[in-house]
Write a protein that binds this ligand. Structure first.
Ligand SMILES: Cc1cc2nc3c(=O)[nH]c(=O)nc-3n(C[C@H](O)[C@H](O)[C@H](O)COP(=O)(O)O)c2cc1C
Length: 334
């Protein structure tokens, strides 16, 4: 796997849509990791441009991560109620909600960008790409990686013909990659044990890996590589706001939660005023809720107010203390 992924260490920088910048991806690649572009919120042209920016900064291979798109089943009543639940936030911030259009063509454009730019690795979350898309990638020699949060999903990823699977433990920061109901939060090491012997493709372990000991345990537990997100949020090359970085460093045990409130899909992030007030609120399905909350999050960031920001981080964020360059953080993990 080290050779396939052009990496020195069996560590993958987690794709983090909205967080990963060309600078971070390239710094990770240069430090001997597999860097990954989180392209989930980009369209085809933006994905292509991002890939080209990374190529200017490094000659190493890297991955592009895409969200498998699904058509939201729009129930106008639910959408209305979801908007009403957010009205107090719009009012407080002096905003009006934006209307966004869900485009079917976005995913096809992203795939085209990955192929045209001859990206070595393409990973997916939120489900399985169609057989046609996987065949297209395979025909172009692109290595494919799926995401699974249960044994059943891991088997489905393998059966779909993907080359490797990210096993995402319940501790993981950001969106759950789950695509089969009901939502399960299986701790990473349990998931590794459950999957052992059930699939033959390489396993990448993700979720709550922030210390050298965690990583060793995952590698001994059957993973060929690990994928880390939260531990890299505080790296010098990670271009998130100081507000977000400080929130990771100041976070305490039990301060993260799984919330649907920001995007309509379950994701783990820091508990704040928004996650608390929206705990039992009606939310629109993904990606509609994501559009409905966009202006709230943007305005909150502009005001330097962490109350209404989505600050995705894993359950072990309270153990993250090592700041500095990606290289210095990785040295501590080896
Ligand atoms: C801020 C953030 C954004 C994320 N965005 C994505 C994404 O776009 N695609 C994806 O497959 N996983 C995403 N994840 C999940 C990671 O791939 C990985 O499962 C997780 O970071 C591992 O747990 P850890 O954060 O405790 O290291 C994200 C995680 C974080 C923290």
């Amino acid at each position: 796997m080290l050779q396939t992924f052009d990496m020195t260490y069996p560590i993958i920088q987690a794709p983090m849509a909205g967080v990963t910048s060309p600078k971070l991806v390239a710094a990770c690649a240069e430090a001997g990791l597999l860097g990954s572009i989180g392209a989930g919120y980009l369209d085809g042209a933006q994905t292509k441009q991002f890939i080209q920016e990374v190529k200017k900064l490094t000659a190493k291979s890297f991955a592009v991560n895409l969200f498998v798109q699904e058509e939201p089943k729009i129930d106008i009543e639910v959408l209305q109620q979801a908007r009403m639940a957010l009205q107090p936030f719009y009012d407080e911030l002096g905003l009006s909600p934006v209307q966004s259009v869900v485009s079917k063509e976005v995913f096809a454009g992203q795939i085209q960008a990955v192929i045209e730019e001859q990206v070595a690795i393409c990973s997916f979350t939120f489900g399985l790409p169609s057989p046609e898309v996987l065949q297209q990638l395979k025909d172009n020699g692109i290595y494919t990686v799926g995401t699974a949060t249960t044994v059943e999903e891991a088997i489905l990823v393998e059966q779909a013909g993907m080359d490797a699977v990210v096993l995402q433990g319940g501790e993981a920061g950001g969106h759950r990659g789950s695509f089969s109901a009901p939502l399960q939060l299986i701790p990473l090491y349990d998931l590794l044990q459950q999957v052992a012997g059930q699939i033959a493709i390489p396993i990448i372990a993700a979720g709550g890996l922030v210390t050298k000991e965690d990583i060793q345990k995952a590698l001994k537990g059957g993973a060929q590589a690990v994928q880390i997100g939260t531990a890299l949020l505080v790296a010098d090359e990670c271009e998130i706001s100081p507000l977000y970085k400080n929130a990771v460093l100041a976070s305490k045990e039990q301060q993260t939660t799984i919330t649907l409130a920001f995007t309509g899909k379950p994701a783990r992030g820091l508990i704040n005023d928004f996650t608390k007030r929206m705990k039992d609120a009606i939310v629109a399905p993904y990606p509609l809720q994501n559009y409905l909350t966009t202006t709230i999050r943007k305005e909150s960031a502009k005001q330097g107010n962490a109350d209404y920001l989505s600050m995705w981080m894993g359950e072990k964020s309270y153990l993250v203390q090592q700041t500095g360059t990606v290289r210095s953080i990785v040295e501590k993990l080896l």
